[in-house]
Design a protein around this ligand. Structure first.
Ligand code: GDP
Length: 440
């Protein structure tokens, strides 16, 4: 994650737009996750990262700029991997810039001092002023005219840490997600308890690494962003949107999202949005109901609780639910056991013959509804990917399959093959080749 910090009007959002839009990067239009458009994913010659325009989080009152700037800088230092500090070459160096630079100088993270609006000879001269900041390397750019931006981002991207390690075979990547105070760091501490071995002899797992690799029962797991979970940040907790951004970032990198909720509080709107994001990204999902020790129980409690969660997560009835207590340790390792099971489900392949029998029975019992007078037929199906299990379903009208019919087929496939804990994807494709191939 790269944060762009700077006073209002220095050009943060112009730079941001350059990075996220003009390079055809995906600025997610995440259904279900409504957050402001102040972050975006950038794919820069094979390296991908998230850019955040920290200025976009709050309205600015002129007399509060300095306070807000300090907060922005602090937030960036705590949460981002690198910081772009943007200043205005037309206005020259200001006292607020100096104050922010004082804060940024204290971090060991990579800070890029960048002067924007440099688009003429005169402007070039203005740069000298900025050497009063006492930093050696100053970039000059014009976001508006796309001058110097590429060089800057090349440098930024080349110094980003590599996450290649997490792609290693046989490692299950777990992201622990949840609102502040639900117990994430307590859970992490439990999981990494004394009998689990933290693997530290691998590159990327040094003292200050972001993720923690550990081993239990001979299997390896990567807990994503444990550094972020353990670090208590008042600023990012207060700016809840930022917490969501971090969560999305972690979800992108995981196999299984463990969404922790507080038993007393129940599942919140934010949890539902984040779970929806994990669903769309095809990640496995565990809902961990923590602080279960605080709940008074009778033999209906669990059932009622599960029902409530299922209602909130209507389209994710595959999600696993587990009731835990980080305080007492109750069922903590059940999370890992469930993760193992989900990984197995995600890697399962439905045999093609059997799959086609299941789909055929389903379509005979309940025909695909006709669309605009067209008779929709389903010919043939096959599972062509795992993690998440993804199916090609060949039909004469791939664009006319109604959402509810897709759900129906998905349920039938799940009834036959399981796939607990993981989303599955159905891709409707136009039938290709000669008819005979599909006739039997
Ligand atoms: P985080 O912000 O999500 O990392 O939450 P913490 O792990 O810091 O926990 C927040 C508070 O909840 C702390 O005071 C913990 O001691 C407490 N807590 C965490 N898990 C449990 C639990 O299972 N039961 C109870 N009773 N308290 C818990």
């Amino acid at each position: 994650m790269i944060a762009i910090v700077g006073r209002p009007n220095v050009g943060k959002s112009t730079l941001f737009n350059r990075l996220t839009k003009t390079r055809k990067a995906i600025v997610h239009d995440m259904p279900g996750v409504t957050i402001d458009r102040n972050y975006g994913e950038v794919d820069w010659y094979g390296k991908s990262f998230t850019v955040v325009d920290t200025g976009g989080f709050e309205p600015v009152a002129a007399d509060k700029i300095i306070v807000q700037m300090r907060e922005q800088a602090q937030l960036a230092i705590e949460e981002a991997e690198a910081i772009i500090f943007l200043m205005d070459g037309k206005e020259g160096l200001t006292s607020v810039d100096m104050a922010v630079a004082d804060i940024l100088r204290k971090t060991e993270k990579q800070v890029y001092y960048v002067i924007n609006k440099i688009d003429g000879e005169k402007a070039e001269e203005a740069v000298y002023d900025f050497y009063n900041l006492g930093v050696e390397n100053i970039y000059t750019i014009s976001s508006e005219h796309n001058r110097g931006v590429t060089d800057l981002i090349d440098d930024v991207a080349s110094k980003l840490p590599d996450y290649n390690l997490v792609e290693e075979e046989g490692i299950t990547r777990l992201a622990i997600i949840g609102r502040p105070n639900v117990g994430k760091s307590s859970i992490v501490n439990r999981i990494l308890g004394s009998d689990r071995l933290i693997v530290s002899d691998l590159p990327g797992t040094t003292r200050d690494s972001i993720d923690t690799l550990f081993e239990t029962d001979g299997k390896r797991y990567l807990l994503i962003d444990t550094a972020g979970i353990r670090r208590k940040s008042k600023v990012s907790d207060r700016l809840e949107k930022y917490t969501i951004l971090k969560s999305l970032d972690s979800i992108n990198r995981c196999d299984i999202a463990i969404i922790v909720i507080d038993a007393a509080e129940g599942i919140t709107e934010q949890d539902v949005k984040v779970a929806g994001y994990a669903h769309e990204k095809g990640k496995g999902c565990i809902i961990a109901v923590n602080k279960w020790d605080l709940i008074e129980k009778d033999n209906m409690t669990v059932g009622k609780y599960v029902d409530k969660i299922r209602i909130s997560l209507k389209y994710m009835d595959y999600a696993c639910i587990v009731f835990i207590s980080a305080l007492t340790g109750q069922r903590i390792m059940k999370i890992i056991k469930l993760a193992d099971e989900i990984v197995e489900q995600r890697n399962k392949r439905a045999p093609t013959g059997e799959l086609n029998r299941v789909v055929k029975t389903a379509t005979l019992r309940h025909h695909p509804p006709a669309c605009q007078g067209r008779f929709v037929k389903i010919y043939y199906s096959s599972q062509f990917l795992v993690s998440p299990p993804t199916f090609a379903i060949f039909t004469n009208y791939p664009n006319d399959i109604h959402f509810s019919y897709e759900r129906y087929l998905e349920n039938k496939i799940r009834e036959a093959f399981g796939y607990q804990g993981t989303p599955i994807k159905l891709k409707f494709k136009a039938r290709t080749g000669r008819k005979k191939i599909f006739k039997k």
